[in-house]
Ligand binder design. Structure first.
Ligand SMILES: CC(C)(COP(=O)(O)OP(=O)(O)OC[C@H]1O[C@@H](n2cnc3c(N)ncnc32)[C@H](O)[C@@H]1OP(=O)(O)O)[C@@H](O)C(=O)NCCC(=O)NCCS
Length: 330
């Protein structure tokens, strides 16, 4: 066997920036109850959602992603041409191919690697896990990770089981080299045996033939059980993998699926009272791949969380899949 040259990158990686785009259309629970038989009280009590954001005039997956990406690159203090890789996580882009990542990379002035991933609500944490490896392996110096969704387009607004949950938005972060480690080991996995828990009402081929839309179909109870049990345990493994105990954590940013799931995780993790917990689901709804970076950006911009603090991230959703890591906030 001929020994080949191996490449190594920075010993460590960190988040250099985070940014988000919040869509303009506010859909409150009163409007939601014109589409489904429900109430503001029921929705708030079961999920914590008071209102959600949907795309407004001129906004879509591409415009939201580009806006968040441009801000993230600017905040990282680099030029778009320095991006060695662009990773987009989305399940709501309209093109199977080419990828949204390649289009965005071009618009940002990058000729680096570009690819989309499909990991639903775990997508941003999957992307950060990949970005950290790319930086440390030397495959890329700077990696842009974007989570973007236009779930309003693929949610049946008359479905009592899903309409009130899902929303739109984008978040982005730049990962780059560091002298001190700022991204803990990713803990991730899947359970394809539960694929039917969150899926589509019809396959694309059937939808095209029948002229219908493949809406999100969800077994809410199954997802709730999995997330508040298995995922709460996974969050503890994320903390262990980073070598931390709960009292060393400053901020908890779980995927904004449901406040009751967040509460179950808090009970299971036994996090100290002082920890800042992301609850952006209240005003943004569940934005899938965009929810973790949107929540992170919101906490930092309101001053609830601060640069340099230690945050536990965990995403989980359709697949079923999950991923999480501890990060130093940018
Ligand atoms: C979706 C979810 C809020 C539904 O809550 P639930 O308690 O499981 O609801 P159920 O379907 O068991 O119904 C319970 C009751 O609420 C009623 N109900 C269901 N949907 C309702 C709605 N939109 N508005 C008002 N009442 C509703 C049902 O009719 C039922 O009433 P009954 O007890 O009189 O028969 C909950 O299952 C959940 O949060 N699951 C996790 C979903 C999630 O986080 N997904 C994202 C993962 S990425």
């Amino acid at each position: 066997m001929t020994a080949l040259t191996a490449r190594t990158g920075s010993p460590f990686a960190k988040l250099l920036s985070v940014a988000s785009f919040v869509p303009s259309r506010v859909v409150d629970n009163a409007e939601m109850c014109t589409y489904i038989d429900s109430s503001d009280e029921w929705i708030q009590q079961r999920t914590g959602i008071a209102e959600r954001r949907w795309v407004g005039e001129g906004e879509n997956v591409e415009t939201m992603a580009l806006d968040a990406a441009r801000t993230a690159v600017e905040r990282a203090g680099i030029d778009g041409s320095e991006l060695g890789a662009v990773i987009v996580s989305t399940v709501t882009y309209y093109h199977q191919t080419p990828s949204l990542a390649a289009k965005l990379a071009f618009q940002l002035g990058s000729t680096g690697a570009a690819f989309d991933i499909s990991a639903a609500c775990a997508g941003f944490c999957y992307g950060i896990g990949q970005a950290e490896s790319l930086v440390r392996s030397g495959a890329a110096k700077y990696v842009l990770v974007i989570g973007v969704e236009e779930l309003s387009r693929f949610t049946d607004i008359h479905d009592r089981g899903t309409a009130f949950l899902f929303a739109d938005g984008a978040g982005a972060a730049v990962v780059g080299p560091s002298d001190v480690n700022g991204i803990g080991p990713v803990v991730w996995g899947s359970d394809g045996g539960q694929a039917s828990a969150i899926t589509q009402t019809v396959e694309w081929s059937e939808a095209l033939e029948g002229g219908t839309t493949p809406y999100i179909a969800m077994d809410g109870r199954a997802v709730f059980k999995w997330a508040s049990g298995f995922i709460a345990d996974a969050a503890r493994h994320v903390l262990d993998a980073a070598g931390l105990t709960p009292d060393q954590l400053d901020v908890f940013i779980p995927h904004q699926a449901n406040n009751r799931i967040t509460d179950a995780m808090l009970r299971s993790l036994k996090l100290p009272e002082h920890i800042v917990v992301a609850r952006t689901i209240r005003q943004f709804g569940n934005n899938s791949a965009a929810s973790v970076p949107m929540a992170m950006d919101q906490l930092l911009s309101t001053g609830e969380a601060k640069k340099g603090q230690t945050a536990l991230l965990i995403g989980f959703g359709a697949g079923l899949v999950y991923a999480g890591q501890v990060v130093t906030l940018p």
